[in-house]
Design a binder for this molecule. Structure first.
Ligand code: KIV
Ligand code: ZN
Length: 504
């Protein structure tokens, strides 16, 4: 049976040390409950000696009856440990600097004093019947023989686990694996790793630590933490499960909702290309990829999105192909004909070429416009459009239309560029079909200033026939013109059909 790796979550402690993050006791409680639901083994709830609010938060979680072990962090100082004990936690994680640079400049104490304080702190915690995890802070920059000595001292004093912090993130997977294997040759207690991401190696180093024999990993949701952060829980867990084939207690299907909750409550956004929980982690854009995943997801998906509580996203962009766009539309219950699909793909690529990201809403607006508008037969088509507008300029539009295979040009002024363009069109088509605009709605504006605008109109001819038409473009004037031309086409074709059906 595969080895079980314990997940020690420190989102509420090291994660809260993320610059700019400060959680209220209520927010900490909400995250703690979610972490418990997720299935982590330990929740490091906070640093009780820091403030009354911190003690309240840690105490509330300790009293919440959660399955996870509730842990508090302390320096190797009696008053810190007393503050943690007053919160009724299951375990105390106590730490002291062991690297030369930190002993000298951060604590101003000797190695002998470090050994003494470590022993006393662990013994004091154990005397109170609480689980004790000991951390020699900056272990990875500590002289190996001294590190081993401190760890042996903590073990002798009764520590239940020893955590090896890579406090400034300077390890690589190879050195981490070797360090843990070497320490295991002497130490009997289970070892843990705590990796920071200063060189972007926190996850790789954590996995290597486990490979070297660590029984536990310290992680934070979304990789929050001091400076560049800690190893990301979601990445470590998925790496352990899928690459190393090891077990944890984490229900991976809750990873995404946990990440979202933490992002919302801490106010730290998730980068789109972040593994597992980033918006793009399960999005495919290139035609080759979308076609592949539609036929067989394994082609370009190493993790199935459902496994981490996500859904696959096929993105419509200039690299998109028919397969991907058809599949995305099908998922939304939209079934274009081949001809309509071709037009939708063409418009999506045009937008992509202009540097626009085509959102789902954009794609659906384009599809509605094409499917509601592209008549098989067309009497009127737009060839050219130019508009002038400004502060001291009368909005003017000139249009060139193809009407029954002949080109016509007209110009008009209006209260705005849309009004001017519609009047110019009417000037050309009035002889054939006298169309009045009954209703005009700008129905959907998606995204930012380069968003796709969806215009929905109702037009009426002189016989009282009313049709509705849509246009969807990233330019409001173009969307309006497109809708108007579709409306005119519909009315023209209707009246021609009626005429042809009339008895001769
Ligand atoms: O990074 C670190 O060394 C820590 C200790 C408190 C374990 O967070
Ligand atoms: Zn840390």
């Amino acid at each position: 049976m595969e080895r079980y790796v314990r997940i020690f979550d420190t989102t509420l402690r090291d994660g809260e040390q993320t610059p700019g993050v400060s959680l209220t006791p209520e927010e900490k409680f909400e995250i703690g409950v979610q972490l418990d639901k997720l299935g982590v083994d330990v929740i490091e709830a906070g640093f009780p000696s820091a403030s009354e609010g911190e003690r309240k938060a840690v105490r509330e979680l300790a009293h919440a009856g959660l399955k996870a072990e509730i842990c508090a962090l302390t320096r190797a100082i009696k008053s810190d440990i007393d503050a943690a004990l007053s919160c009724d936690v299951d375990s105390i994680h106590t730490f002291i600097s062991t690297s030369e640079v930190q002993m000298k400049y951060a604590l101003n104490i000797t190695p002998e004093q470090v050994l003494e304080k470590s022993f006393e702190a662990v013994q004091y915690i154990k005397d109170h019947g609480v689980i004790c995890e000991f951390s020699p802070m900056d272990a990875t920059r500590t002289d190996f023989n001294f590190l081993r000595k401190v760890c042996m001292t903590a073990e002798e004093a009764g520590a239940d686990r020893i955590n090896i912090p890579d406090t400034v993130g300077i390890m690589n997977p190879d050195s981490m694996r070797r360090l843990i294997s070497r320490l295991r040759e002497t130490l009997k207690v289970p070892l843990s790793v705590h990796c920071h991401d200063d060189f972007g190696l926190a996850v790789a180093n954590s996995l290597a630590g486990v490979d070297g024999g660590a029984a536990q990993v310290h992680v934070t949701v979304n990789g929050l933490g001091e400076r560049a952060g800690n190893a990301a829980l979601e990445e470590v867990v998925m790496g352990l499960h899928m690459i190393y084939k090891l077990r944890t207690g984490v229900n991976t299907r809750l990873l995404y909702e946990t990440s979202k909750l933490v992002s919302r409550l801490t106010g730290v956004p998730i980068q789109p290309n972040k593994a597992i929980v980033g918006e793009n982690a399960f999005a495919h854009e290139s035609g080759i990829h979308t076609k592949g995943v539609v036929i067989k997801p394994l082609t370009f998906e190493p993790i199935s999105p459902e496994l981490v509580g996500r859904r696959r996203k096929l993105i419509a962009g200039k690299l998109a192909g028919r397969h991907g766009i058809r599949a995305e539309l099908r998922e939304a219950g939209i079934h274009p004909t081949e001809k309509q699909l071709k037009e939708i793909v063409k418009r999506v690529k045009e937008l992509g070429d202009k540097g626009k990201t085509v959102t789902d809403a954009d794609l659906f607006a384009i599809a509605r416009a094409v499917m509601g508008g592209v008549s098989e037969e067309r009497a009127v088509d737009l060839i050219d459009l130019a508009v002038i507008t400004g502060i001291r300029v009368i909005p003017t539009a000139s249009v060139k239309l193809m009407l029954d295979e002949k080109e016509y040009v007209a110009a008009e002024t209006g209260v705005g560029p849309v009004d001017a363009a519609i009047k110019a069109i009417q000037k050309i088509t009035d002889n054939l079909v006298n169309v009045r605009l009954r209703e005009y709605r700008l129905e959907a504006l998606t995204g930012g200033s380069d968003a796709v605008a969806e215009v929905v109109i109702k037009v009426e001819d002189k016989y009282g026939n009313i049709v509705s038409a849509r246009g969807a473009r990233e330019d409001i004037v173009m969307a309006s013109v497109e809708a108007m031309i579709e409306g005119i086409n519909k009315l023209l074709l209707k009246s021609r059909k009626r005429r042809s059906e009339r008895p001769q």
